[in-house]
Design a protein around this ligand. Structure first.
Ligand code: PMT
Length: 214
């Protein structure tokens, strides 16, 4: 199979020295890319800025902003059989990007934010027979929020993680996820290394891809 994986955060610039971002380390997405590559699949990894090394043998595209990630995903999408979107893409970005560094002052600063177009939602209408897997990073109502995103983005599976758990979500080496499907079924996995969560995701893709893509 040809698989595209996204990983890491995006950085949305405020001015030439500052940005709005999040705590994604890239570990979850890189584990998915590595697991697929080790099983002999062709992997295209689209990554935001992270401090970890990309797995050998994958095609790597580094991006910074959500816009750049969207362009890279759109450009690669028609060449792949499946997409796993583990990146923590910005939901909002500064509405104005200042050309010069904003001066420090003693008054408070208000930073107007505008919504960022959702990459997965844009793919819903053009996915065809491709399998599209999203992640849901939640702090409350894990299952219902995951089901809402699964249906709104017309995903084939969503991997829900409660990012308030100390051994799950951002930065840590382990995750605690629930796999959720469009027919309403779900499977809760115990806490395990992100590398093992990745194996479950690749198992599911291998079992569910059309025979022509395996
Ligand atoms: O990188 P790590 O430190 O290992 O942390 C892993 C993780 C917590 C980042 C990962 O497990 C995870 O949950 N990734 C998804 C984070 C996220 O953005 O979740 P969300 O619920 O806000 O978004 C739902 C889905 O929509 C995600 O697949 C996301 O990639 C996608 N999305 C979000 C915003 C946007 N503008 N476009 C998108 O496609």
């Amino acid at each position: 199979m040809k698989l595209m994986v996204t990983a890491g955060p995006t950085r949305e610039p405020v001015d030439p020295v500052r940005f709005v971002s999040n705590r994604s380390s890239g570990k979850m997405g890189y584990a998915v890319a590595a697991a697929a590559q080790l099983r002999g699949h062709d992997v295209l990894l689209v990554s935001g800025p992270v401090a970890i090394k990309a797995p050998g043998g994958v095609e790597l595209i580094m991006v910074e902003t959500a816009d750049q990630m969207q362009r890279a995903v759109m450009a690669g999408f028609n060449k792949v059989d499946a997409l796993v979107m583990a990146a923590a893409v910005a939901d909002w970005r500064p509405a104005v990007v200042h050309v010069q560094k904003q001066k420090k002052s003693s008054t408070s600063l208000t930073l107007p934010l505008e919504p960022v177009p959702d990459i997965l939602a844009q793919l819903a209408g053009i996915k065809g027979s491709r399998l599209v897997v999203g992640f849901a990073a939640e702090t409350e109502n894990l299952l219902s929020e995951a089901q809402r995103k699964l249906s709104a983005k017309r995903l084939d599976m969503i991997v829900a993680n409660d990012v308030t758990a100390p051994d799950a979500g951002f930065e840590v080496d382990t995750n605690r996820v629930v796999l959720v499907w469009p027919d309403g079924s779900s499977r809760e996995l115990p806490c395990m290394p992100k590398t093992d969560v990745a194996e479950y995701i690749i198992d599911w893709l291998e079992e569910n891809l059309p025979a022509s893509a395996t």
